[in-house]
Each structure stands twice: as C-alpha cells, then as structure tokens.
Design a protein around this ligand. Structure first.
Ligand SMILES: [Zn+2]
Length: 843
C-alpha cells in the first residue's frame, strides 16, 4: 500500500511557469513546467500521475530522476539544498475520467463537440503538471496554454489572459495559491458578464447548446453573492474576476477553483421561466457555496486534508447565510432543515461513522473523506451551533481577523476557533472539540423522575452500536430559563417539574429552532404536553418533532406503531417543511410492507387519507400568486396521491399529459416529474419510453433531464427495465456523471431492483474503471444500503462487498452499510406486525 509522505517537507515551491500544449485530436498533452523553490534536502520528490517525463533539469543542468508511479512521484537527486529552479519536460494523455485535464462532450444540432476543462481537487493537478500537489504548498503560477484552436473558441483560467503569441495564451501571474485550485477551460462558449459594485468582473459561461437566458439567474446570484461576502467578511474579493463555468461532464456538484468556478450544468443553468422553486434554491446555494470558498478555502486554505471539514463545513453554512440575505422570502434555512439536518442525523447515527475531523493515513482515504453527510452537513450544523452561540457580530469580526492573519496561507481548525473565540469572548474550541473529534451525536432524554425534570445524554445509534461513554458539550437551547446553556454532563436535574411547568406556562422543549446537532426523546407526559400545544410551534419546530420521532423509531427507541397515528395530526399543515417531514416519515413505512400485499394496500389508503384534502386544496396545476409554501408542498402531496393510486389524481395527471403531449418540456417544472412518471407507470409503452429517452439525450435543460430520469426508472415493464440497464454503460445516452441517479431509480423500483443489483455486481469493474478514482464512487454503495431491507439482500450484499473490505477508501463505507442494512432488517422483523396493525386501524 502506498505510503503517505508530505513532499512539501523536502521541497517548498514559490513559483511555477507552466506551459501546456493540448491536442484534442490526438488526446496528447505536451508539457514543460519550471518550478522555483527551496530544497530542504538533496533528495526531493515532485508529484506526478500518468506523466511521461523525458527530462529534468536543475538550474539548467540535466539531473537524474526516477519515476515512482506507486507513490505518484518523480524522485530527483540534487547537488545541493537551497533555492533551485527545476525544469520538467513531459507528455500525458487526455482521459475521459473527469479528473485532471479532461474533455466534456455535448451536441449541437447533431454535431458532437467538446470542451476541455479541469478538475484538480483533490490530488489531480499532478495529472496536468508536476509539482508539490499539497494544499500547504502555495505558490504563484504563470500559465501558458496552446491548443488545436479554431475560430470562435474561448479560453479561461484563474486569472485574465494578458497576451496571445504564436497561438500561445498567456495568463497573468496568480496570487499565492494551492495547486488544487488551478483551473482552465477552452472551447466554444457563450457568456454573460457583469461587474460588482467594487469592480470585480463576474461572468457565467456555458456551451452554446443552452439558451442565452439560462445564464441569467446564475449571473445575478453570483454578482450579489460576491457583494454580500465582501461586506460580510469585510475582506475584498481577492482576484480581478469571478467566472462561473458550466461543464457538460462534471463529477461533483461544483468546484471552487479560484476565479474560475466550475459547475455541473444542472447546478448553474436554469430556465428562468420554468424552473421549480426548490431547484432555483439549490442552484443558488451551490453558487453561494462555491463563492464562499473564494475566501474560505481559497484565500485561506486548510493546511492538510484532515481539515477538509474546515473548508466544506464553513462553505456549507455560508451558502445559507448568504442566500438568506439575498432572497429573504425564500426562508432558505428551512431547506437546511429538510436537506442538511436529516442527512447528518441519519448517517451520523451509524456506528463506525467518521468524525468531522479525521486523520488521513493513505492517499485513497483523501477522497473517502468527502462524506457529504458528515464533512458538509454535520460540519455545517456544528458551525450553525457556533453561530447561534456567538452571534453574527462576533462571527464577522472573528472571520475578518482570521482572513487577515492567514490570507494567502493556510490554517487549521484551531486557528478558526481561536479567531472566533477571541471575537466572542467564549472558549469556542473546547465546546467544539467534542463535536469535531467524536463521531456520532447524542440523544437527550427529557424525563420526569420522582417529580423532577431530568435531562440525560447518551450516544444515539440506528442499528447496532456500542456505547463508549461519549459526552458532548451540548448547546441546549431550552425554552425554560433554568436549563443550562451548555449541557456538559451525562445528566442534569432541572428541578421540580410541576413548579417549572407552572412558572413557564408552556410545554418544556429543548433544541428550539433545531440548531444543535442532537435529537430529543421526551417521556410521555412531556410529549403529550407538546402535542396538545403543537399549533403554537413554528414550522421548523414541528418538523423537528416529526424528525426526532422518526429517528427514535429508526433507532428502535420508540415504536413506529406509536407514531403512525400522529401522521394525521399534521396532514393538513400548510408548511412545506412539515409536509417534507411528514412524507419522509410516511415513506419510511414502505419498508414494512411487501409490494402488492394487503399491507401495501392499507399503506396506500393511509397515503390517500393524508394527501386527499391537500390535493383538493392545491390542485394539480400551479396557480399564479400562490405562496412559496404551497408551491413547495404540492410535489409532496401529488407524489403521495400517485403512490396511493388515487383514481382522480391518476386521471388528472393523464389528462394534463394528453393536453401537453407535443410539448412535454414546456410542462410546468413544478409537476412535470409526476405527470411523466404517472404516464410511464400507468399508460406507458415502449414508444413513450423511447421518446422520453430520446428527449433526455437531446435536451439541454437539466431539470427536464432529472424529471425524465425519474419517470423512466419508474416503469413497471421489466422488458423496458432491461433495456434501460443496457444504457447504463452507454455514455452517449447516460453520462457517467448522471448514472448514479439512474441506478438509484431502477434499484428503488421493485420491478427493477434485481436488474440493477445484478448489473452493479456483474459490472463492478467497469464502474470502478469509469468513476473509481473519484470522490463519488463510494456513494454507489451508500445508495444500495439506503434501499435494501430484507435478510436475503443483506446476505447478498455481504457476499459481494465483504471481500472488498480491504480496498483503500471503501473499508469504512462497506462496514457502515452492512450495519445500516442489518439494522433495517432487524427493525422490519421486530416492528413489522405492530406497524401494519397501526396502519390498518387508521384506514
Ligand atoms: Zn465546497
């Protein structure tokens, strides 16, 4: 196994001169890199991966070198230590891996075209040029690029172009920065440009396959986000421009390259006249996330990958802080509660989960670090806790000082806590350490014991978990004043309950606002008190109640059967996020019923009960002037009505389809997915299937693509499922970046489960070759573990994945996912009968 040594300790670069000649036709890259730096030892190493190095010179003289592919290195022996300029000549291949320098493919009017772009995070800059490819090794860069250029092409990079000579494009010298943030791209691009109040050039770039107005939304958000951050951080945007570029092939969601942020098309471009509000919100948060990084991550960078959370948690919080300022009517923190909070609470409840801060011992583990639910979502919840503790004034002052102290350099988590703590006068570091270094989170039990109100904390698990006495410093945010601000002990006695209840005049609650990363288990008296007064709770607190109950049931601490009757209590809610929590809980019941059984019929009746009035109230078609909550609630209830096989809804959706059958893309994006799914499921044939698949290939509208994916994977025709699975490896139909959604859709469809499961087991090697070097790879395993719930599938899962336990980067995921499925199988076994009885008694 490759060993992880830091090359920066041997050689510290200060400046790079990089020349690249890229030929798309031959897929050949010819490069020459000059690196000036300080050699600490005579034997040094530079990173490289897949480079064919022909010559290395030190201060103009040839030196001997060894290519060490196992360690992704060139080993060089110098005559002396001290300042030296190295020159490396090499060639490399353009590969279709979505890493390093790679082509993105698209079509205009049937003509195949490509854009060359880059993805260097985490350790892929070394596929483009040799260097010290570690975040700490900051240097300045002069980039010069030549390519097989034709008229009408544009080239972009981190810095503005300063001249073109003999077909070589020269870019201005960068500021001091890390290698993983270097980027460039070229091809036929369209753009929209503007300028911030402070004079930063802002641009959005995309292929010409898109309509020009698809760039407008992103341009507006990007401009205002930079203005917001310059003010909030009290630190100017550090570069002359901020380009946002949509790439047709892109593995992650987006990448914060400094000055040239790259995005999946679906996360940057949208039709301003027909995009669902929730999709607009997602696009806005992706843009504001990446732009938050331009300071936090790019200007000040984590010292090493173990502090990746520092970058990601922070950007993940700031995306909401900024969107909330830019679009206050959206109540964007509600999205935080329906996306980040449940993701973090679910995954962090599995024994064996990583802590937010985690050591990195092996290169393959760097990519495995990107556990979205932990490093992004849980980390963001931690910072939301900090923000709630110290307030925005201290947060802003702390950040300003943090940027001033570490700009163009690196920092650790401790540096951030220090800066925020100094600004707030609180020891933030001590409080946060328990959250940062310990995996998991606590359930706080609130109980009346001998008339006294007692709180206790204990680690919460879904599935099997071993208590190891972990204690967290919990910002309680209770609504009774005598509760401590921070609960740092296993148990705390708040006093006589009757007196407290009387004195406070309201039901006792903790974690009000759901800002802290824990769940609450109330005893029956306390819970009944809350439920009797539930209408006094705001939307987030109602969501939290349902969410915590669902998690407690998943963790086998209360019975699902006891919460089934509560569903009706919330079904008329006009808060979209309460409906989110409600239907998530209702959806969880599906694992207890077998397809087409009498139990499933009962569950369908329950879904019908829950949704019928709301479907009536909202109607199938969006109405002008309706509230955001109504717009966002409609998808939940329509989806429920279709699952319930409500005859009126099926007929209505079919009618809308027939009326619009020549213009499906123009259907309202709010409901298009349901209209198409209903049609495929209940009225579909091969002709419709083929038509939708063709439209999927042809359209440049990302949200239409998502809707078609949903519809086609819902087919109940097993022949069409088989046909679909044969398309999985056909990149002309389904791009590798989009495959996981197709795989998930087919696997989650009872008619398709077997076919998808067979496919991934048979073609695992293909999958590994195609997306294996990538941070998204392990999420295919997560997807499977999110769906399987029978003993037979558990057995097959183990049989297939246990032999892969020693694969670097997969170990933790496989161990966790076995636990996840085991826990679910056990739950279904223990609770199935009682849950189905509870459902039956309601319908
Ligand atoms: Zn990020």
């Amino acid at each position: 196994m490759a060993e992880l040594t830091r090359f920066y300790n041997m050689f510290q670069p200060t400046h790079y001169n990089i020349f690249l000649d890229i030929n798309r036709e031959s897929k050949q890259i010819t490069g020459q890199t000059e690196i000036t730096g300080d050699a600490q030892t005579q034997e040094i190493a530079l990173h490289q991966k897949g480079l064919k190095v022909s010559k290395v010179q030190a201060d103009g003289s040839d030196v001997s070198f060894i290519t060490d592919n196992e360690n992704e290195a060139i080993r060089i022996k110098l005559a002396d230590t001290g300042m030296v300029t190295l020159k490396v000549d090499y060639t490399a291949q353009l590969t279709d891996s979505m890493m390093g320098i790679y082509p993105s493919y698209y079509e205009i009017d049937g003509e195949k075209k490509q854009i060359i772009g880059t993805q260097f995070e985490t350790t892929f800059a070394r596929q483009a040029f040799p260097g010290i490819d570690e975040p700490e090794a900051k240097a300045t860069f002069d980039l010069a690029i030549k390519f097989d250029e034709h008229a009408g092409e544009t080239i972009l990079s981190n810095m503005p172009e300063i001249k073109t000579e003999n077909g070589v494009h020269y870019f201005d010298t960068t500021v001091k920065m890390s290698t993983y943030l270097i980027a460039f791209a070229f091809g036929e691009l369209q753009s929209k440009l503007t300028e911030t109040k402070s004079g930063v050039q802002v641009g959005v770039f995309a292929t010409k396959a898109h309509k020009a107005n698809e760039l407008d939304f992103a341009l507006d958000i990007a401009k205002r986000a930079i203005e917001f951050y310059e003010d909030f951080y009290q630190t100017p945007y550090p570069l002359p421009h901020s380009w946002q570029l949509a790439l047709p092939d892109f593995s992650a969601g987006a990448m914060e390259n400094w000055g040239l942020v790259t995005y999946r098309e679906a996360y940057l471009l949208l039709d301003p006249d027909n995009t669902a509000l929730d999709m607009k919100q997602v696009v806005a948060t992706v843009i504001t996330h990446e732009l938050a990084h331009q300071w936090f991550g790019d200007l000040v960078t984590m010292q090493w990958w173990d502090d990746l959370w520092l970058n990601e948690s922070f950007a993940n919080m700031m995306e909401y802080v900024s969107v909330d300022a830019l679009e206050p009517d959206w109540h964007i923190w509600e999205l935080f509660q329906t996306s980040e909070a449940p993701a973090a609470l679910q995954r962090d409840a599995t024994d064996g989960v990583q802590s937010v801060h985690v050591q990195v011992n092996n290169p393959a583990e760097i990519d495995a670090l990107f556990d979205g639910a932990i490093v992004y979502a849980k980390g963001a919840r931690m910072l939301v806790m900090v923000r709630a503790l110290i307030g925005d004034d201290a947060l802003r002052l702390g950040l300003k000082n943090y940027f001033a102290a570490h700009q163009y350099g690196n920092a650790t988590g401790a540096n951030l806590w220090q800066a925020l703590g100094d600004a707030a006068g609180i020891n933030v570091g001590t409080i946060m350490e328990s959250w940062l270094e310990q995996p998991g989170y606590p359930v706080v039990s609130a109980k009346i014991v001998n008339g006294r109100l007692v709180l206790s904390q204990k680690q919460f698990f879904i599935g099997e978990g071993k208590q190891s006495g972990r204690i967290w410093q919990i910002p309680l945010n209770a609504n009774y004043e005598n509760a401590p601000r921070i609960m740092d002990q296993a148990e705390v006695d708040l006093g006589d309950y009757a007196a407290l209840r009387e004195q406070n005049g309201k039901p006792f609650r903790v974690n009000v606002g759901n800002d802290s990363h824990f769940i609450v288990s109330y005893d029956k008296v306390l819970l009944d008190d809350i439920l009797e007064n539930v209408n006094q709770l705001d939307a987030i607190d109602q969501l939290q109640l349902l969410q915590d109950l669902r998690l407690l049931a998943e963790g086998n601490q209360i019975s699902y059967a006891t919460i089934v009757p509560l569903l009706n209590k919330f079904s008329e809610s006009q808060f979209s996020i309460v409906n989110d929590a409600l239907y998530r809980l209702a959806g969880d019941l599906k694992k207890f019923v077998q397809v087409a059984s009498s139990e499933e019929k009962n569950l369908q009746k329950l879904f019908d009960q829950l949704s019928a009035n709301q479907v009536q109230r909202l109607g199938w078609l969006p109405k002008t002037g309706e509230t955001n909550d109504d717009q966002l609630t409609r998808p939940y209830v329509l989806n429920a009505a279709l699952y319930a096989k409500n005859a009126d809804s099926i007929a209505k959706a079919h009618e809308i389809f027939i009326e619009n059958k020549d213009q499906l893309e123009a259907l309202s994006a709010d409901i298009r997915a349901f209209i198409l799914s209903n049609e495929v499921k209940n009225f579909g044939d091969e002709q419709l299937f083929d038509r939708l698949l063709r439209e999927y290939q042809k359209t440049s509208n990302p949200s239409y693509k998502v809707d078609i994916t949903r519809a086609l994977t819902a087919t109940t025709d097993s022949a069409l499922i088989d046909k679909l699975v044969t398309k999985f490896e056909d990149a002309n139909t389904i791009k590798p970046q989009d495959l996981r959604a197709w795989f998930r859709g087919v696997l989650a469809n009872p008619v398709g489960e077997q076919a998808a499961w067979d496919w991934i087991r048979n073609d695992w090697q293909w999958l590994e070759d195609t997306v294996g070097g990538d941070m998204e790879f392990t999420t295919y395993i997560t997807v499977i573990s999110g769906i399987f719930h029978t003993a037979a599938r558990l057995q097959e899962f183990k049989q297939f994945f246990e032999p892969k336990l020693n694969t670097p980067g997969l170990t933790r995921e496989i161990q966790m996912d076995i636990k996840v499925i085991e826990g679910r199988v056990q739950l279904v076994e223990d609770e199935g009968i009682a849950v189905n009885k509870a459902i039956e008694s309601l319908v």
